[in-house]
Write a protein that binds this ligand. Structure first.
Ligand SMILES: Cc1cc2nc3c(=O)[nH]c(=O)nc-3n(C[C@H](O)[C@H](O)[C@H](O)COP(=O)(O)OP(=O)(O)OC[C@H]3O[C@@H](n4cnc5c(N)ncnc54)[C@H](O)[C@@H]3O)c2cc1C
Ligand code: SF4
Length: 497
């Protein structure tokens, strides 16, 4: 700890995002370049608190060595900071941009002061490392001659591929889409994660020997049987991709879409033709309703704003979260508080108010000539039942009709698609996810492992990376009898969204 009084001298200062009015006119990243002097001060705020809760059960899922690199940044030792960061994190340029930072929620300074800007510091370390040319092709160690197939190129699959390649296994990643990245490419929009960063990383992985096969749907183009015959081990990292639907009257009206159709088509068209091919769902001049909060809802809001929508309403069934932690949500738990994400900020600037409306239940879609024209809702009240579970009650005479020309359903995902799992003959648990224990990642079929959202259910990039590292360790043990790989400590009760 270089500066014992840093946390008393310097206030928390985040690297600002670009102006919300300007940035909503383009698809470039929302971030501004970090200022080195400011980052050193933020690093100096880390208290070296003895028990770094930021790395604990409720903190960073991949056990990032946060106090160490905070201190190194304070001292200006950036290369060492980069080396410490990459001991635990395969892709800090992804987490540094998109991670919700549970580490900051459990930072000890956060008990009575705003937390250290850990995520900003992480992002700046890796950006500087790329600028300085420290991130280079690393040659793998002696080849083992063992072949591993990874199905799915999201953060779980990519992390496992990187780890297994480092210990000399011959890794092939199969992806049914036309681009590598899973939700990093076709879920999270450019504004939050530039696809050029993804291509740069995939290029590096390729140069290190990993083989990527796109447009290859396992279970259709190549059967599970063929794959098992050709590879020594297989990792299934196919994500949680079945969207939750809204089964209310009028759902079959035109212009009601799942969020992922809207987001995927937009990014594809943007990357293929800067949107000139028109192969996307256009929100221009439309009254848009996004049903469902969370990251997916925010990304829909921000994308529709960039199209030039006429109006934006974001409906959420849950109550409005409090501004500060409640008594039942103490430190170091993830703070369930009202946050203003980039899409909300942009919508507020464009239309004058926060687009979110809480405690609303959708009752019926209205339509005109077959296309959606409105949505009726009723207000609800949440109360705790005798069994401790939250119960929903409709409030009498609270019906309201909202105008809508385009509705986007961002209601989460109910599990992985079953076709490929059936082809392997894999068991699923009561949630429909692959039946495979956390920490073991093996399935009931010898040599077949599972990781990421397909195993744990819809979650976060950093959790997919946690599982990718864990599964790689277990696969390496399966193939070699022991492993030199490291994996994050088991975190059994931590943040899971
Ligand atoms: C819109 C959206 C925004 C999000 N924003 C954030 C965020 O800001 N921060 C955050 O931490 N998390 C965010 N998440 C969650 C995060 O993206 C996921 O938890 C994470 O990507 C899961 O990683 P994964 O590798 O398990 O699966 P995925 O990223 O879903 O990747 C699975 C891949 O498997 C491929 N696949 C599936 N079946 C087959 C098959 N049979 N053959 C070949 N390939 C197949 C799919 O095409 C896909 O590419 C967001 C999610 C969504 C939907
Ligand atoms: S990966 Fe996420 S939780 Fe871990 S240090 Fe980075 S921002 Fe924090």
């Amino acid at each position: 700890m270089g500066k014992p009084t840093g946390f008393m001298e310097y206030p928390r200062r985040k690297t600002p995002w670009r102006d919300p009015v300007d940035r909503a006119l383009d698809y470039y990243e929302i971030y501004t370049p970090a200022e080195e002097g400011q980052l050193k001060k933020q690093g100096a705020r880390c208290m070296n608190c003895g028990v770094p809760f930021c790395e604990s059960e409720h903190g960073c899922p991949i056990d990032n060595l946060i106090p160490e690199w905070n201190d190194l940044v304070y001292k200006g030792e950036w290369k060492e900071a980069y080396e410490r960061l990459t001991k635990t994190n395969n892709f800090p340029e992804f987490t540094g941009r998109v991670c919700p930072a549970p580490c900051e929620g459990s930072c000890v300074l956060g008990i009575n002061e705003p937390a250290v800007t850990i995520k900003d510091i992480e992002n700046s370390i890796i950006d500087k490392a790329f600028e300085e040319g420290w991130v280079e092709e690393k040659k793998t160690i002696k080849a083992t001659g063992k072949k591993v197939a990874i199905i799915g190129s999201g953060p779980a699959g990519l992390t496992a591929a990187d780890q297994l390649n480092k210990v000399g296994h011959n890794v092939t990643v199969f992806e049914r889409e036309d681009r590598i990245g899973g939700l990093l490419v076709y879920g999270i929009p450019n504004m939050k994660l530039s696809k050029s960063l993804l291509s740069r990383r995939v290029g590096l992985l390729e140069s290190q020997g990993i083989v990527f096969k796109t447009k290859t749907n396992i279970g259709k183009d190549i059967s599970a049987k063929e794959l098992k015959e050709s590879y020594d081990s297989i990792l299934i990292a196919t994500g949680s991709t079945i969207p939750r639907d809204l089964d209310v009257k009028g759902r079959d009206s035109e212009n009601i879409h799942f969020a992922m159709d809207f987001l995927t088509q937009n990014t594809k068209s943007l990357l293929n033709s800067s949107l000139s091919d028109g192969n996307y769902i256009d929100a221009k001049d439309k009254n848009v309703i996004v049903i469902g909060g969370g990251d997916t809802g925010t990304d829909c809001i921000a994308t529709a704003i960039r199209h030039g929508c006429k109006n934006m309403v974001n409906m959420e069934i849950m109550n409005k979260p409090p501004k500060k932690r409640g008594a039942d949500n103490p430190w170091p738990l993830w703070p369930n508080i009202l946050r203003i994400d980039y899409g909300h900020e942009e919508s507020k600037k464009r239309f004058g108010s926060d687009p979110r409306r809480f405690s609303l239940l959708s009752k019926e879609f209205l339509s005109k000539d077959g296309a959606v024209s409105g949505l009726t809702t009723v207000e609800i009240e949440w109360t705790q039942g005798k069994d401790g579970k939250m119960q929903m009650k409709e409030i009498a005479n609270s019906e309201k009709t909202w105008e809508a020309d385009l509705v986007l359903l961002a209601l989460g995902f109910i599990g992985p698609e079953q076709e490929v799992l059936n082809d392997f003959g894999l068991s699923t648990n009561t949630m429909g996810n692959i039946d495979s224990a956390y920490g073991e990642f093996s399935t009931d079929i010898d040599g077949v492992f599972a990781a990421g959202d397909a195993r744990r259910g819809q979650s976060l990039v950093v959790w997919a990376m946690n599982e990718g590292r864990g599964a790689a360790l277990e696969i390496d043990r399966y193939l070699e009898g022991s492993s030199r790989l490291s994996a994050p400590s088991l975190k059994l009760g931590s943040l899971k969204t």
